[in-house]
Design a protein around this ligand. Structure first.
Ligand code: FES
Length: 153
């Protein structure tokens, strides 16, 4: 799967920042926008081109939560596990999502259609339990509504 990575897509980004190490984070962000994640081939190529040890690049990528080393699903489903959502049945929403998608928290479906994440608070506690799918908020969720919303995707 990762053998299919087309490294040439990285060249315009490297050129734009003239291979400058100071722009490492920006280059990683832009590379992730292009590829959707940062597989090892990309990091190794970047390392060779800008002459920064791969271990340092990995250090940066693993430090920031915004970077992903593995391929993610086309749809990102985030279920709130915060207290306000939990007391309103958040746990049953999570188990409903897991059952429908056939994956657990932090997993991606085999067809790369979905990635499931949990979040400490989605900042919309009054609407709990809350689920966010691709940045769209769904509040006052019930298992039945969760089923409807997911099956519509
Ligand atoms: S606790 Fe769920 S949105 Fe805040």
């Amino acid at each position: 799967m990762s053998n299919d990575v087309d490294l040439s897509l990285l060249d315009p980004i490297l050129e734009k920042y003239q291979l400058k190490e100071e722009a490492l984070i920006t280059m990683l962000q832009e590379a992730q926008e292009v590829y959707g994640y940062l597989p090892e081939e990309i990091l190794a190529y970047l390392s060779r081109q800008i002459k920064v040890p791969l271990s340092r690049i990995y250090g940066v990528v693993t430090f920031y939560a915004q970077f992903y080393l593995t391929r993610r699903g086309r749809n990102i489903v985030r279920v709130c596990r915060g207290t306000a959502c939990h007391v309103r049945g958040g746990k049953s929403i999570l188990s409903t999502v897991e059952k429908i998608l056939g994956i657990q928290e932090s997993e991606t479906s085999a067809d790369y259609k979905f990635t499931l994440e949990t979040v400490a608070c989605l900042g919309a506690c009054a609407m709990g339990p809350v689920v966010v799918i691709n940045d769209k908020y769904f509040g006052k969720m019930t298992p039945a509504r969760t089923d409807t919303v997911l099956k519509a995707i």
